[in-house]
Write a protein that binds this ligand. Structure first.
Ligand code: EPZ
Length: 417
């Protein structure tokens, strides 16, 4: 099982290119189900989750071809098996994103219920309710969702909770439904906007993505298209948090500051200087960051996917911070591991009180989920001595060549079996 070995104490200096966004690429790849023609997707990050999604689509009968580095061509003409089996779904919850497209394109689907997950129960009840509102009949048996619909019918859906993949699933289903669908209390994440752009390039009629009311006029068919995936705002924010912790000066290419205003505000509050244009972001920091309190919220609020990384920043910051997680019920597992590195963190319900200390101690720590892994890598970058982060297959799900990019910025980090 791979691990990362990090020697702490080095400032980060230099430039790295940000990869395409995992959480935009996954729904966009699933959108290839909606057409019998070819969807060309560029700026696709090389990640374990992307490979899993491609494997899922291939076993359904889609043709998936690497057209160039970071570019995939997906053809849905041979789609014959609308099934998402448990052995694939259990490795990636985002597999649920094939449900809406399969019902819309094939009229039926068998999709394994995603199992539990480290960070929370993460039910898919709102995905199911929305499809049922559009006329799908959905039974649950033997751990699978069995969905059927002659043709989905447009309707008004008010989501009880803001759900990112729920919004995306229903938007894709509505693209081929009969009539108009209005999704209210929709997720406003930039990845939802990117998916809508791709669907519209395929001939869909999606309006309002990025706001909390999305209107979709169903069409009979969608055609092929070419779409470049947006930059990964969480990878961007992770590198910016790292440099704020280590000190130094980094420039991130191929990304945009407009995707992460809430995070940039917090990094400036922590003492970082940030300059940005629409193609790159430069951050400069020296000395110890100031403690910053955060409270996660749906976009445009502070992203839950940056909570763990900011807990690492607060662990060595000057002052005390309160970190409140409002999206998932169990997303503090990194706290225990940080405490093993000497951090002063007290978890009380959905809030962690973090009292910053001068330096963490390097230790062998274990990653439990994708963003917890990133948190532990950032802690290792500033810890005294050597840190070994175990179980980094979590990291490989969502960060492309993280150790290579950090090494290019001067970090002493290497992968070992
Ligand atoms: C997406 O997950 C992201 N994944 C997550 O990123 C991200 O943390 C999350 O949105 C929140 O921003 C992808 O886009 C592939 P939700 P998703 O549905 O869609 C509850 C990462 O690290 N809920 O917005 O699964 C749910 O339990 C990953 O890249 C229901 O109750 O999250 C949670 O409390 C982790 N019923 C809240 O809503 C439902 O039917 C938000 O979940 C759906 C969700």
């Amino acid at each position: 099982m791979d691990k990362l070995i990090i020697e702490g104490g080095r400032a980060l200096e230099g430039r790295v290119r940000i990869s395409g966004a995992k959480n935009a690429a996954l729904p966009i790849l699933a959108a290839s189900i909606l057409t019998s023609e070819t969807l060309c997707v560029e700026n696709v990050p090389r990640l374990r989750d992307v490979s899993t999604m491609c494997g899922l689509l291939t076993q359904m009968g889609l043709w998936v071809r690497q057209a160039a580095p970071g570019a995939l061509e997906l053809s849905g003409h041979a789609l014959s098996n609308p099934l998402a089996p448990y052995d694939l779904v259990k490795t990636m919850r985002a597999s649920i994103l094939v449900l809406g497209p399969l019902v819309a394109r094939c009229g039926h689907a068998r999709v394994s219920l995603p199992g539990g997950c480290a960070i929370g129960l993460r039910p898919v009840d709102l995905h199911i309710k929305g499809l049922q509102a559009m006329g799908a009949e959905i039974d649950i048996a033997h751990g699978y969702l069995h969905a059927r619909a002659q043709r989905l019918k447009g309707t008004r859906i008010v989501l009880d909770l803001v759900t990112v993949t729920g919004t995306e699933n229903l938007m894709m289903a509505a693209a081929l439904a009969e009539g108009t669908t209005v999704i209210e209390n929709a997720a406003r994440e930039p990845e939802v906007i990117d998916l809508a752009r791709c669907l519209n390039a395929m001939g869909a009629q999606v309006r309002g993505a990025g706001s909390d009311i999305i209107t979709i006029e169903g069409v009979d068919k969608l055609h092929g298209a070419r779409h470049a995936v947006m930059p990964d705002r969480i990878e961007t924010a992770t590198f910016l948090a790292a440099a704020t912790m280590t000190g130094g000066r980094i420039t991130l290419e191929g990304t945009s500051a407009g995707l992460l205003d809430a995070v940039l505000d917090k990094l400036r509050e922590a003492g970082a200087s940030i300059a940005a244009n629409d193609a790159e972001i430069t951050l400069e920091a020296q000395g110890r960051p100031r403690a910053v309190s955060i409270r996660t919220a749906p976009y445009p609020g502070f992203p839950t996917d940056m909570q763990a990384q900011f807990m690492a920043l607060d662990a060595i910051a000057d002052g005390t911070a309160r970190v409140t997680e409002t999206i998932f019920e169990n997303r503090f597992m990194h706290a225990q591991e940080l405490k093993r590195m000497g951090a002063d963190v007290e978890v009380e319900g959905n809030t962690a009180v973090v009292r910053g200390i001068e330096r963490l101690d390097g230790a062998t720590v274990m990653a439990t989920d994708l963003r917890a892994s990133a948190c532990l890598v950032l802690a290792g970058l500033v810890a005294r001595g050597e840190t070994v982060v175990d179980r980094i297959y979590h990291l490989d799900r969502g960060y492309e060549q993280l150790e290579a990019k950090l090494s290019a910025l001067g970090a002493r980090i290497r992968r070992a079996a």
